[in-house]
Design a protein around this ligand. Sequence first.
Ligand SMILES: *[C@@H]1O[C@H](CO)[C@@H](O)[C@H](O)[C@H]1NC(C)=O
Ligand SMILES: *[C@@H]1O[C@H](CO)[C@@H](O)[C@H](O)[C@H]1NC(C)=O
Ligand SMILES: *[C@@H]1O[C@H](CO)[C@@H](O)[C@H](O)[C@H]1NC(C)=O
Ligand SMILES: *[C@@H]1O[C@H](CO)[C@@H](O)[C@H](O)[C@H]1NC(C)=O
Length: 529
Amino acid sequence: MSPRSWYLVYGIFLHVIWSGAAKVEFYSSVDSMQDLAQVEQELLNATRSYLETQQQQLNFYRRYVDQIKREHEWAVGQLKLDEYLGHPLHAFRLIKRLVQDWDALIFEPILTNQPREDFRQFSDVLTRDLGYPDQSELQGAIKGLARLQRVYNLSTSDLAGGVINGFSYDSELQWRECYEIGAQLFDLGEYQRSLEWLQVAHVLLRNLEDEKDKTHYLSDIREYAAMANFELGNTKRAGRLLNQILKPEPTHTAQQTRKYLENHEPGKKIQEKNPSWYGNYTRLCQGKRLPEESSGSPLKCYLDGKRHAYFTLAPLQVEPVHLDPDISVYHGMLNSQQILSIFEEADKEEMVRSAVAGEGGKRTVRDLRVSQQTWLDYTTPIMESVSRIIQFVSGFDMAGAEHMQVANYGVGGQYEPHPDYFEVNLPSQFEGDRISTSMFYLSDVEQGGYTVFTKLNVFLPPVKGALVMWHNLHRSLDVDVRTLHAGCPVIVGSKRIGNIWMHSGYQEFRRPCNLTSDSYKSAAYRKSV
Ligand SMILES: *[C@@H]1O[C@H](CO)[C@@H](O)[C@H](O)[C@H]1NC(C)=O
Ligand SMILES: *[C@@H]1O[C@H](CO)[C@@H](O)[C@H](O)[C@H]1NC(C)=O
Ligand SMILES: *[C@@H]1O[C@H](CO)[C@@H](O)[C@H](O)[C@H]1NC(C)=O
Ligand SMILES: *[C@@H]1O[C@H](CO)[C@@H](O)[C@H](O)[C@H]1NC(C)=O
C-alpha cells in the first residue's frame, strides 16, 4: 500500500472512531436536520397529492351517483317504473350498469383505493429506506434540550416561551409539546426537570379557552406530575395531585396510580454525581472566567510580520490567550470565499462516501449520521492554502499532519472534555503522538459553542475565519494533561470547525526538545483528572 492509500484507510478508521466518540444524533447536526426537513417536504408533497387524487375520485363517484339518481327521477317522473323498464333500451341500460358500470367505476376503485395504496408504498419507502427518525431520535432531541438547560442554566419557562439567554425568538412551545418533553424526561428519570415542563404544560393548557378534552388532558398532566413528585420524595404533594384528579372523576386511571404509589417506597434519589470537570466546564461555557492573580503583564494582542515571509505584507493578528501551555488565536486566517471552497470540497467528499454507503448510490438520511465529519487532504488549491497557513504559522513540517477534519455541530451538539493526544495505542500510520492541534472556526455561532480548556480557565467563542493553535505535548514529548478541552453545546446556530492534528515525528528540528524534561508541569494536574 502506498502512503497515500494508508492515509485514506486511516482517515476512514479515525472517522469511525470519532463519530462514535462524539455521539451525534440528527438533532446535533444542522446538516442532517436539513435532510429531515427534506423528508418532511416529501411527506408534505405525497400527502397533498394523495388528498388531491382522493378528492378527484370522490368527485367522480358523486357525479356518477348524481347522474344515476337523475335518471331514476326522470324515469319515475315520466312514466311508471314498470312502463319505463318495459322499454328494451332502458332495461338494457339498467342491466349493463349493474353488471359492469357499478363494478368498474365504483366498487373496484373504492375497494382498491389506488391513491391509498400509493401512499402506503411511499410511507414504506420513507421509513425503510430513508431512515425516518424514530422514538430514540425524539428522546435525543429532548435530552439535547435538557443538556442545554443544565449547561447554560436556562429556565424551563423561558425556554418554553422561546426566550433563550435573554434573547426572544419567535417560537414558543405549545402545551402538547411541553407535555411531551415532561413525559419523556420522566421516563429518562429526570424528575425535577420533568416536573418543571409538566407545570408549564399545565399552565398553558389551563389558560386555553376551548381546547378539546381539556379536563382529560389536565388530569393526565397532573398524574405525571404526581408520579414525578413521588419519585422526588414529595409524597404528600403527589397525593394531593391525585385527589384533584379523582374528586371529579373517581374512575380515572389515577386510581391505579394511587394504589401503586401506596404500595411502593418513594424512588431513592440517585443524585448522579457530576464529573469533577463539570463545574469548570459549565462556568466557562457560560463565558465566565475565574479572576486570576495578576501575573505581571497581562496578555496583549499583537501583529506578527516576522514569523514567516508570507506574513510580511499581512501580519498575523495574534491573540495569545494562555502562555504555558501556549494557546493562541490567529484572527482573519480564512476569508468567507475560502471557507466556502472548503465546504464545497467537504460536500464532494460526503457525496463520494454516501454513494459507497447508500445502496445503489442513493443518499440516505441514516448515512448522514456519520457524514457529519469529513476528512480533506491537501491536494486541492484551497487545501494547499490551508496547508501553507498551518506550516507557516506553526513552523511544523506538514509531513506529520493528518488530513483536515471538517465537523458540524448543531443545536445541543457538544464534545465533552477530552485531550487530543493518544498517549497509548498510537496509530502506527503516523510518527509520534499529536504534538499540536490547529482548529479553524468555519462559522460564527449565534449562541454557545465555545471551546473551553477546563483546567486552564480559558474559554474561546468561535469567530469565523480564526485559527486556534496549541501544543498537546511538552517539549519532552510527554503529554501535557493541561490541554484537556471541550466543545460546549451549541444553543442557537450551527458550528463548523476544521481540525488539523500534527504528529511529532517529523518535527525534531522544528520544536527541539529540552534536555531537562518539562513534563513535571503536568504532574499537579494529573491528580485532578
Ligand atoms: C414538491 O412538489 C413541488 C411542486 O409540486 C416540487 O417543486 C418539489 O420539488 C417537490 N419536492 C419534493 C421534495 O419532492
Ligand atoms: C441559575 O439561574 C437562576 C435564575 O434563573 C439563578 O437564581 C441561579 O443562581 C442560577 N444558577 C447558577 C448555578 O448559575
Ligand atoms: C478548575 O479550574 C481551576 C482554575 O482554572 C483549576 O485550578 C482547577 O484545576 C480546575 N478543576 C478541574 C477539576 O479541572
Ligand atoms: C529548557 O529547560 C530549562 C529548565 O526548565 C529552561 O530554563 C530553559 O528555558 C528551557 N529551554 C528551552 C529552549 O525551552
